[in-house]
Ligand binder design. Structure first.
Ligand code: HEM
Length: 494
C-alpha cells in the first residue's frame, strides 16, 4: 500500500499536482469528518487556494484528484478512455441501475447511440406544449402567494412542476405531482432523491452496511421506495408496450390512443415510446433495459432543471435591472397575452434570457461536481495518470475562476453575448459537462428553463424578499435555507 501511494504521489508530482499532507490509513479523512455539507464549498476553495487548481487528496486509501482547472478538465472530459464514473455514483445504482448516467463501456456506447437521437429537434418541439401546460398549473398555484409580501421558497413549486414535465415527456404519464403531491410515486421520488442526497454528503452514510446498521429505518425506507418506483415505471412500460403492439397490429394512427384531455391534438411521443421501438444489434430492448433509462431520465431530468430555474429566478429577483430587460424581451417576443401558448420559435428568439440562464448556471451550476474513475494507467495531454484514481471536477469552483471570468462573483449575463470579445473557453464553462459523456438532455433542459422562466415573468414580478441563498453541493446544487423571493402580479399598463 505504501509503495502504491508513493508511486501515485510521484507521478502526480511530475504532473505538477500536489498531494495534500495525509495520515497513514485514513489519509485526509480527519479534515472532513467534522465538515457539514454546507462547509464543502468553502473547504474545497481553501484546498485549491493552498494546493493549486488540481491537487490530490488521499481519502482513506483512495487517490482522489480534485480539479477546477480547464487545462486538465479539457483532456479529461474529452478522453475516450476515461468514461467510467467514480464510486460516489454508486449511491444511485439501486435506483438507476445501469442507465445512461451510470453505465460504462460498450453498454454505455450502444445506449448513447440510440438515446441521442431521441432529443431530436422535432421531438423537442412536441414537448413545448407539456412545458406550457405544466407551468400554467404552477402559475395558478403561485397566485395566492403573489401578494408582494409573502416570502416564497420557489424551489418546491418548481420541483413539482419539473417532475410533472419529466414524467409526461419520459413516460407519457401525467402523475400530477403539483396537484396531488401525496401520490405514492411522487412521494417516493422525493424521498429517494432526498435520502440519496443526504448520503452523498455524509461520509459514513455512504456505506450501505453503515446505513443499515445506524439508520435502519432510513435504509428500509430507501429500498421500499425504490421498489415502489421500479414497480411503477415497470408497469408503465408494460402498458405502453402493449398499446404499441396493438397499434401496430391494427395500424391505428398514433393520435387515436389519446386520452380525453388530448383529444383533437396529436399526442406527443414520450422518450419511452422511442426506446420501445429502438434496437441494438437487431434486438429490441427488454422492459428492464428500458426501465433503467426511464428511471435515469426521471432522476437526471427534474432536480437539475429545478435547481437551474429556481436559482435563475432568485438572481432575477435580486437584479431588477436584468429582470426588467428580460421582461421586455419576453414581452416583445411573446406579447401581452398571458394565455397565448409559447412556441418553440418564441423560445429560440429569447436570446437575452438564454444569456441570463447561462450566467445563472455559471454562478449556481445545477450539477456542481462530476466524477470519473481512471481504471488503467492513461495518458492525458501527454502526461501519465495512474490506474485506480478518482477524479472529481469541481464545476462550481471552475465556473468562478477569475482567470476565465472577469469579476467572477458578479451576475453579468452580457458576458454570454455571442459578439462579446471576451470569448468563453469551452472547457472553462461546463455546467452540462463536455466531451463524449456530456449532458444528453441539455437542449431539452434549456427549453424547459426558458419556457418556465418566461411564464413566471409574464405573470409575476420577482421581488428580493427573504433570506439570500446558502448554496450547498448535494448531488445537485440546493440552498440550505430555500430559494426565497416575493412575487407580485404583473400589470400591463403600457
Ligand atoms: C439544467 C439542467 C441540467 C444540467 C445542468 C445537467 C447537467 C449534466 C451533467 C453535468 C452531466 C454529466 C454527468 C457526469 O458526467 O456525471 C449530465 C449527464 C446526463 N444528463 Fe443532464 N443536466 C440537466 C438536465 C437534464 C435533463 C432534463 C435530462 C433528461 C431529460 C438529462 C439527462 C442526462 C443524462 C441521461 C446524462 C448522462 C449522459 C451520459 O453519461 O451519456 N439532463 N447532465
Amino acid at each position: 500500500d505504501y509503495l502504491r501511494k508513493r508511486r501515485h504521489n510521484e507521478i502526480f508530482k511530475k504532473n505538477g499536482i500536489n498531494s495534500m499532507p495525509s495520515l497513514p490509513i485514513i489519509g485526509v479523512a480527519h479534515h472532513l469528518i467534522k465538515k457539514t455539507p454546507a462547509d464543502m464549498i468553502e473547504f474545497t476553495e481553501e484546498v485549491f487556494k493552498n494546493m493549486g487548481k488540481t491537487c490530490n487528496l488521499w481519502l482513506l486509501d483512495q487517490a482522489t484528484v480534485l480539479t477546477a482547472d480547464p487545462v486538465f478538465i479539457e483532456p479529461l472530459l474529452s478522453s475516450q478512455k476515461v468514461l467510467t464514473k467514480n464510486n460516489l455514483y454508486e449511491l444511485l445504482t439501486p435506483w438507476l441501475r445501469e442507465g445512461l448516467l451510470l453505465s460504462t463501456g460498450s453498454k454505455w456506447h450502444s445506449r448513447r447511440k440510440i438515446i441521442t437521437p431521441t432529443f431530436h429537434f422535432k421531438i423537442l418541439e412536441e414537448f413545448v406544449g407539456v412545458f406550457e401546460r405544466q407551468s400554467n398549473v404552477m402559475m395558478d398555484l403561485l397566485r395566492d402567494k403573489a401578494d408582494g409580501k409573502t416570502v416564497v421558497n420557489l424551489y418546491s413549486f418548481v420541483c413539482a412542476m419539473a417532475l410533472d414535465v419529466i414524467a409526461e415527456t419520459a413516460m407519457g404519464v401525467k402523475i400530477q405531482a403539483q396537484l396531488q403531491p401525496d401520490l405514492p410515486y411522487v412521494k417516493a421520488v422525493r424521498t429517494v432523491s432526498s435520502i440519496t442526497s443526504a448520503r452523498f454528503v455524509s461520509m459514513l452514510q455512504r456505506f450501505d452496511f453503515w446505513l443499515w446498521l445506524t439508520a435502519n429505518s432510513t435504509y428500509k425506507q430507501l429500498h421500499s421506495n425504490i421498489a415502489l418506483m421500479h414497480d411503477f415505471t415497470g408497469k408503465v412500460i408494460e402498458e405502453r408496450r402493449k398499446l404499441l403492439e396493438q397499434n401496430i397490429k391494427t395500424k391505428l394512427p398514433e393520435d387515436q390512443h389519446n386520452d380525453d384531455e388530448d383529444v383533437g391534438r396529436k399526442k406527443h411521443t414520450a422518450f419511452l415510446d422511442m426506446l420501445l421501438l429502438a434496437e441494438i444489434n437487431g434486438q429490441p430492448l427488454t422492459n428492464n433495459d428500458i426501465r433503467e433509462e426511464v428511471d435515469t431520465f426521471m432522476f437526471e431530468g427534474h432536480d437539475t432543471t429545478t435547481s437551474g430555474i429556481s436559482f435563475t429566478c432568485y438572481l432575477l429577483s435580486r437584479h431588477p435591472n436584468v429582470q426588467q430587460k428580460v421582461f421586455e424581451e419576453i414581452r416583445a417576443v411573446i406579447g401581452d397575452d398571458k394565455q397565448r401558448p409559447i412556441t418553440l420559435h418564441d423560445l429560440q428568439e429569447l436570446k437575452y434570457l438564454e444569456c441570463v440562464i447561462k450566467e445563472s448556471m455559471r454562478l449556481y451550476p445545477p450539477v456542481p461536481s462530476i466524477g470519473r474513475y481512471i481504471e488503467q494507467d492513461v495518458y492525458l495531454d501527454g502526461k501519465l495518470y495512474p490506474a485506480n484514481t478518482n477524479v472529481t471536477v469541481m464545476i462550481y469552483h471552475a465556473l468562478r475562476d477569475p482567470a476565465y471570468f472577469k469579476e467572477p462573483d458578479q451576475f453579468i449575463p452580457e458576458r454570454f453575448y455571442s459578439d462579446n470579445n471576451e470569448k468563453i473557453n469551452t472547457f472553462a464553462y461546463v455546467p452540462f459537462s463536455a466531451g463524449p459523456r456530456n449532458c444528453v438532455g441539455q437542449k431539452f433542459a434549456l427549453l424547459e428553463m426558458k419556457s418556465t422562466i418566461s411564464k413566471i415573468l409574464l405573470h409575476y414580478e420577482l421581488l428580493p424578499l427573504g433570506e439570500d441563498v446558502r448554496p450547498v453541493m448535494n448531488l445537485v446544487l440546493v440552498s440550505s435555507n430555500g430559494v426565497n423571493m416575493g412575487l407580485k402580479p404583473r400589470l400591463y399598463n403600457n
